[in-house]
Design a protein around this ligand. Structure first.
Ligand code: FUC
Length: 757
């Protein structure tokens, strides 16, 4: 898809605001004393509606396109592909899908709080505590100290915003709600009530939403003033905000009727609780997740006294700041806890925070790296439950994806292409340039398998086994034999968003057997066979897949020692391309490792170096991915260099990542990358501090997770591991390596072992 039109850039003030979220509700708290803006989101609020975009003409032309590609006739093949293999209808609207059926994730609207009367204030401080999920604003006005406090409660399903003062009768505010379009607001029974429905993209009404904002007062008076609420002389005001849509993730019936009832019930229940109870419930829930994994780098006496935006600015000017680097790690975890909780949709391109009607790229689920990157830190940094919404989304794709597989390709199983939305869009994109990424389904399935490896939850694996199986079944039908080599290849397929120069000197995207697809398929089949073994399922499919694995084309190393991105050694018109999809087997995959394929590690390193020499890693997410690549290549200093580049080049004052525009994947990718620098477990054993950079001589990390249900606490001094405590959640044997040292541990479930040099 085209990269970052400027029209998508966010208001710079929004990129300073503080994000809060409980997975379903999101808020950007600006913290303005005079006119506070709380920009709200509800995770499922999408325009559009379900549409069948599969192209029945695709199937017939498939053999011909393959024939042309095998014959090296890229021009004819690309023309026929463009004509026949793309989706029907409007597709994603080229990333601007608000008014087509694909739809767009949208802002819920803004709650405004005006302080009255306006007067000077001093002693202003605004903060977000990412361990508690509480945002605060303090200031002094007319000799009164004011405090505002906000949080998004997962247990009580409301956003809470409190304004208090150290003198009685001091809170004088007015409140109102607005949205750029499609809403009606009324004030009824001392609360703001909002109704609306979005466009279905077909000329009618689509998703409905409902919001209630209820102020609870201590002292003072409340009056309706048109569409505003006027509060005078209160001692304290607590705002409870609840919202929902009539959407549910359920193919093909996405509607539910009980959403208004749910909002009322959330509001009523929360109103029965005191502010302190609500706060306590929130803290218990939030801390349980946030405090599970903590990173300290360097001298932590250097506490957080410098405002984050100033820290960032100084860092961008060249000042070292280990605190900022560890904060960035912790912030990634904070964002995942806030944007992905069981019961709602997965974190989208902007997590849950989007201020517009047309969110960049529709704020959708890009499946050619972006949504996967969002979930890289989940297992590594001890947030396995945050994976659940992703798993549900993957599972929901199997139905529409089976239709797409059958209609487009005459194949069994299910597939998805590089984008999906909440409406079950699984068709190719509207241009094969980016729209024919068939590796997406397999790549998503890696998350199912990895979740099992970390948690050893066999009930989970059993539940998702059919999803894995049917993704694999699709590729069984999809692969074809290359007449020249006899090897099985995927195609027509792109290597996500990259181009090559064909023999006629023109640039193309579609070929047979691009390395990325081959690696994903290898990965999926290997994992599926292993999953069958773990579950004790013997299936004839396994025999078939074993055979396919032995016939599958695997990526080759080119004449210059680089890992080839395509099955042939094509010239590359964009050698610094942001996607590095052929390195999937290095990360997130684990097909290439120093223990099993050292020559491929070398080739991957060369490919990566080459990409970087030509300007690679220029988007936030691309730089973030490189941190993990470097970590897997055991290049700590280079990994750190990329982290530093990301902070310098692609980070907003509120630490949101910039693609640009704002895109949350870089935050998550970097958090995962830092975890990979400190511990790795993808080779069947645990490496401690595998990519520790010189910049981090001393540090501690608690609660990093390893495959096999292990959790580690590590400490290092003067660049050397000083202590490691390995906990086992499920019991088992594990080999631990640190430099040339090795330990073989056998741990009972719930036990720990301390290792020191
Ligand atoms: C990918 C990238 C773009 C952008 C978009 C949302 O496909 O190529 O840079 O991140 O997704």
């Amino acid at each position: 898809m085209p990269d970052s039109p400027n029209a998508w850039n966010d208001d710079p003030e929004w990129l300073k605001a503080l994000p809060l979220g409980n997975g379903a509700l999101g808020a950007m708290v600006f913290g303005d004393v005079v006119l506070e803006r709380i920009q709200l989101n509800e995770k499922s609020l999408w325009s559009g509606s379900p549409e069948n975009n599969d192209n029945p003409e695709a199937r017939e032309s498939l053999p011909r396109i393959r024939e042309l590609l095998f014959a090296g006739k890229y021009h004819e093949a690309s023309e026929l592909t463009l004509k026949t293999q793309i989706c029907k209808g409007y597709g994603s609207g080229y990333g601007n899908g608000t008014n087509v059926p694909f739809g767009s994730y949208q802002t819920l609207g803004d709650l405004w709080i005006a302080t009255e009367p306006r007067s000077e204030y001093s002693n202003y401080r605004r903060e977000l505590n990412i361990m508690t999920g509480i945002a605060q604003v303090y200031y002094k006005q007319n000799n009164i100290r004011f405090n505002r406090e906000a949080f998004a409660s997962y247990p009580d399903k409301v956003l809470v915003y409190k304004i208090s003062a150290d003198k009685k009768n001091a809170v004088n505010i007015s409140l109102w709600f607005n949205r750029p379009e499609r809403y009606t607001v009324t004030i009824e029974n001392r609360q703001i009530i909002v109704h609306g429905s979005l466009s279905d993209g077909k000329g009618g009404e689509g998703m409905k939403y409902f919001v209630v904002i209820r102020p609870l007062l201590k002292g003072g008076s409340l009056e309706k003033a048109g569409n505003k609420i006027q509060i005078r002389n209160a001692n304290e005001v607590v705002l409870l905000i609840s919202a929902a849509t009539n959407y549910r993730l359920h193919y093909p019936d996405y509607r539910r009727n009980d959403f208004e009832k749910e909002v009322w019930s959330n509001i009523e229940k929360a109103s029965q609780l005191s502010y302190h109870q609500l706060r306590r419930n929130h803290l218990t829930d939030f801390r349980n997740l946030s405090e599970r994994c903590i990173l300290h780098l360097g001298n932590q006496k250097e506490v957080d006294t410098v405002p984050t935006d100033i820290r960032l600015k100084r860092y961008q000017q060249g000042q070292e700041d280990l605190y900022l680097e560890s904060l960035y790690f912790q912030f990634g975890r904070y964002l995942l806890i806030s944007s992905s909780r069981p019961g709602s949709l997965p974190a989208n391109l902007q997590g849950i925070w989007a201020s517009k009607i047309q969110t960049p790229w529709n704020g959708d689920y890009h499946t050619n790296i972006n949504v996967q990157m969002n979930y890289w830190p989940a297992n590594l940094t001890n947030l396995p439950e945050c994976n659940q919404p992703l798993m549900e989304l993957i599972s929901s794709l199997t139905e529409p994806g089976s239709r797409t597989a059958a209609v487009q390709y005459g194949a069994r199983g299910w597939c998805v292409h590089p984008i999906t939305n909440v409406w079950g869009f699984t068709s190719p994109g509207e241009n094969p340039l980016w729209g024919l990424h068939l590796g997406a389904g397999g790549w998503l399935c890696r998350h199912i398998w990895e979740h099992f490896l970390f948690t050893l939850d066999t009930a989970f694996l059993r539940q998702y086994y059919p999803v894995l199986k049917n993704a694999a079944v699709f590729y069984c039908d999809w692969l074809v034999k290359d007449p020249k080599t006899g090897r099985l290849v995927s195609g027509p397929a792109g290597s996500p968003e990259n181009s090559f120069t064909g023999p006629d000197g023109k640039n193309y995207q579609i070929s047979m057997g691009p390395s990325h697809d081959q690696e994903v398929i290898y990965d999926l089949f290997t994992n599926f066979i292993e999953a069958s073994r773990v579950l004790g399922i013997s299936d004839t499919m396994n025999v078939r897949m074993e055979k396919i694995l032995s016939d599958l084309l695997l990526p080759r190393i080119g004449s210059d020692g680089r890992l080839m991105e395509w099955a042939e050694e094509f010239p590359e018109p964009e050698p610094g391309h942001r996607h590095m999809s052929h390195l999937y087997a290095l990360h997130p995959g684990n097909q290439y490792t120093f223990t099993s394929t050292p020559e491929y590690m070398e080739a991957a390193r060369k490919s990566l170096d080459f990409r970087l020499e030509h300007g690679g890693g220029h988007t936030g997410w691309s730089a973030a991915w490189i941190i993990s690549f470097r970590a897997r290549l055991l290049e700590g200093n280079k990994a750190h260099e990329m982290l530093s580049t990301l902070l310098k080049r692609s980070t907003c004052p509120n630490l949101f990542d910039l693609c640009p525009p704002f895109q949350i994947d870089g935050n998550f990718g970097a958090t995962a990358g830092i975890a990979e620098m400190l511990m790795q477990s993808h080779e069947g054993f645990i490496r401690l501090l595998p990519a520790l950079p010189e910049a981090w001589p001393d540090g501690k990390v608690y609660g990093l997770c390893a495959r096999g249900g292990f959790v580690a606490d590590l400490e290092w001094k003067n660049h050397q591991l000083s202590k490691a405590v390995i906990h086992s959640q499920k019991g088992g044997k594990i080999k631990i390596r640190y430099k040339e040292n090795q330990w073989d541990l056998s741990l009972a479930s719930g036990s720990s072992r301390t290792i020191s040099l």
